[in-house]
Ligand binder design. Sequence first.
Ligand SMILES: Nc1ncnc2c1ncn2[C@@H]1O[C@H](COP(=O)(O)OP(=O)(O)OP(=O)(O)O)[C@@H](O)[C@H]1O
Length: 149
Amino acid sequence: MFRRLMDTLMGTSRIDPNDYAAQISPNRFRSLGYSLAGWIYMLRRQKNTRIMTIASIVVMALSLWLQIDRLELAIIILAITIVWLTEFLNAGIEAAVDLASPDFHPLAQVGKDVASAAVLLGVIASILVGILVLGPHVLERLNIIAAPT
Ligand SMILES: Nc1ncnc2c1ncn2[C@@H]1O[C@H](COP(=O)(O)OP(=O)(O)OP(=O)(O)O)[C@@H](O)[C@H]1O
């Protein structure tokens, strides 16, 4: 039972476990190719990703300039990732909804609106994280607050 569940989760249910070559079949690389195609689609076709790219570079540059510690940097990277993740999922849901329901349908509207709400939530949370983590460092640099002793 547990074995079957693990096989399903790992996607190895149709692979002979004794056959190592089969486990590293080209399918793994093909999946990576599909993921990269998704990235390229997002960077080329979605106008929001251009804004997100610039914002991410600015925030990362600011974080490095402020010399925040490793934990803070990890939190900033996670916050940036949340925005990208929600935007990617939103674009995927939008495409699926457009395919399934090109005409107006209340459920299609719910699907798109909820996906878009997830993006908004991610953006708000990330802005708050940015303010909480970077805010004190910026104020310190500007000599508005004293550096912690
Ligand atoms: N098939 C549909 N049925 C019902 N409502 C829809 C449908 N398509 C879009 N909508 C409504 O229009 C809104 C905007 O949809 P749209 O597909 O234009 O997304 P968008 O947020 O403008 O994203 P993008 O600019 O990336 O295409 C949706 O949030 C939803 O409320």
